[in-house]
Design a protein around this ligand. Structure first.
Ligand code: NAP
Length: 452
């Protein structure tokens, strides 16, 4: 049986070894989930709601433990890791309202009664990346369970620990056995088996656009529904009329949070040319003040990159001869540390177009509003973005003009569980979170009852 050695990215120490799930064990897990799902869907809605609330309460009691585990496995700053564990709790709490509110319709027709039902799909396969192991798992888990499904979760190979602990906490909370199973292993084995297994009725995939396309093609073979949350290259657009101090002081967090390993990172900083010099002068001290260091320190804003391999991928972008405007600081010594870096590429450079997924931001000047929107949209991605302006009309025009699923004006709104989240273009397909998320885990059934 193959295994993974889990490494602490802050100091490169070995945390432990996790055995990979084999194909045979995936199939056994699916068979158990099929049985568990039927019993779960047959429970009274109020009992499913209560079970989700109990699960949320148990997570709440283990926030510090889960956060500490994520600090060690992923190098996330402790305050952020606590937020991540709390987000899973909050998502479960939010969707615990759903089982009793899966409302169908009664549609007026002649000759009888016509009603719709939202039937659960069955077993859902959830494949998550390493950048936010807990929240991304929770965004599928909460609504899928609420809608009456079972969930099989494949964590990323580098970061399986918190997902595995969530699986244990589910059982401690009294959630039925086999309803939520965590299967660590390789994407090419466990993930692909979710896709090809006929009794896995939906895939929620979060990860790279390249693998997402493969997953989507695999799902096509069985007409299997799929939600895709993929890459991003989001624009932070700063107009000359904006509060430049606010725009400059908030820009580092919008791209360097989680060491830039964030699908929503505003990694293209579009600045109106007439204020470029002034903006860069305001940005430099903000970047230098961005606290990079020990993830266990409450004041730390950014930790290390997740792995040696990923560190090398990010560094390769910076070795392509791009002009560096300035850098922040980072620890030296063991660990995958990289200083926040501001670069001045041309619009066609790889670093300005591809997802770097590290603490690097490309500053690109623009000439006017039309140029800003065209530049923001000149990307295969369309996930997130921000617009800084004091002109309300411009804020409306630009937010409607930018092809992106999640925008924020004069702020960098992060993902909220109560609002829909997902991407345009090659950033994804479908939406997670928000009030409608459980419906993405159901089929609509229409039944006509004749009164003849
Ligand atoms: P990745 O390489 O695509 O992997 C994502 C997940 O898919 C991992 O669990 C991986 O397993 C698995 N996988 C790999 N090959 C597979 C296959 N053939 N079939 C099924 N599953 C397979 O992505 P990543 O490097 O972990 O994550 C970074 C990417 O995720 C970035 O592009 C980022 O933008 C994106 N992301 C998007 C969102 C969003 O909401 N839009 C959120 C976060 C991240 P292994 O770990 O075993 O390889």
């Amino acid at each position: 049986m193959s295994s993974t050695t889990v490494i602490n990215p802050a100091d490169e120490s070995v945390i432990g070894t996790i055995e990979h799930t084999t194909l045979e064990h995936v199939d056994e897990a699916v068979a158990r989930a099929v049985v568990a799902q039927r019993a779960w869907a047959a429970l009274a809605p109020v009992d499913r709601a209560r079970a989700l609330r109990r699960f949320a309460a148990v997570i709440d009691a283990h926030i510090d433990e889960l956060a500490a585990l994520e600090v060690r496995n992923s190098g996330h700053p402790i305050a952020q890791a606590r937020w991540e564990a709390g987000n899973v709790r909050d998502v479960l709490d939010y969707y615990s309202g759903a089982p009793e509110r899966m409302l169908g319709q009664q549609i007026p027709v002649a000759g009888g009664l016509d009603v719709t039902f939202h039937e659960p799909l069955g077993v859902v396969g959830v494949i998550v990346p390493w950048n936010f192991p807990m929240p991304i798992a929770g965004w599928a888990l909460g609504p899928a369970l609420a809608a009456g499904n079972a969930v099989l979760l494949k964590p990323a190979d580098w970061t399986p620990l918190t997902a595995m602990r969530l699986g244990e906490l589910a059982l401690e909370s009294g959630l039925p056995e086999h309803l939520f199973q965590v299967l660590p292993g390789r994407g090419s084995v466990v993930g692909e088996r979710f896709v090809t297994h006929e009794q896995v009725r939906k895939i929620v995939f979060t990860g790279s656009t390249e693998v997402g396309k493969r997953v989507m093609a695999g799902c096509a073979a069985q007409v299997k529904p799929v939600t895709l949350e993929l890459g991003g290259k989001s624009a932070n657009i700063v107009f000359a009329d904006a509060d430049l101090e606010l725009a400059a002081s908030s820009a580092p967090g919008s791209v360097f949070d989680n060491a830039g390993q964030d699908c929503c990172a505003r990694s293209r900083l579009l600045v109106e040319r007439s204020v470029l010099d002034r903006f860069l002068a305001l940005l430099e001290p903000a970047v230098q003040a961005f606290a990079v260091g020990d993830p266990n320190d409450e004041a730390t804003a950014m930790g290390p990159l997740v792995s040696r391999e990923h560190f090398d991928n990010v560094r390769a972008f910076l070795e392509e001869g791009v002009e560096v405007a300035f850098r922040g600081s980072a620890p030296t010594g063991p660990g995958y540390w990289m200083a926040p870096t501001v670069v001045l590429p041309s619009r066609t450079d790889r670093i300005a177009r591809d997802e770097v997924f590290g603490p690097v931001v490309s500053v690109l000047p623009f000439d006017d509003e039309a140029d800003a929107v065209a530049l923001a949209n000149d990307s295969e991605f369309g996930l997130s973005g921000s617009i800084f302006t004091r002109d309300l009309g411009r804020a409306i025009r630009v937010s409607r003009g930018v092809e992106s699923g999640n925008l924020s004006v004069n702020s960098h709104s992060s993902v909220r569980y109560a609002t829909p989240f997902g991407g345009f273009k090659q950033s994804g397909l479908g939406r997670e979170l928000g009030p409608d998320a459980p419906l993405a885990f159901t089929e609509t059934k229409n039944v006509f009852y004749s009164h003849a």
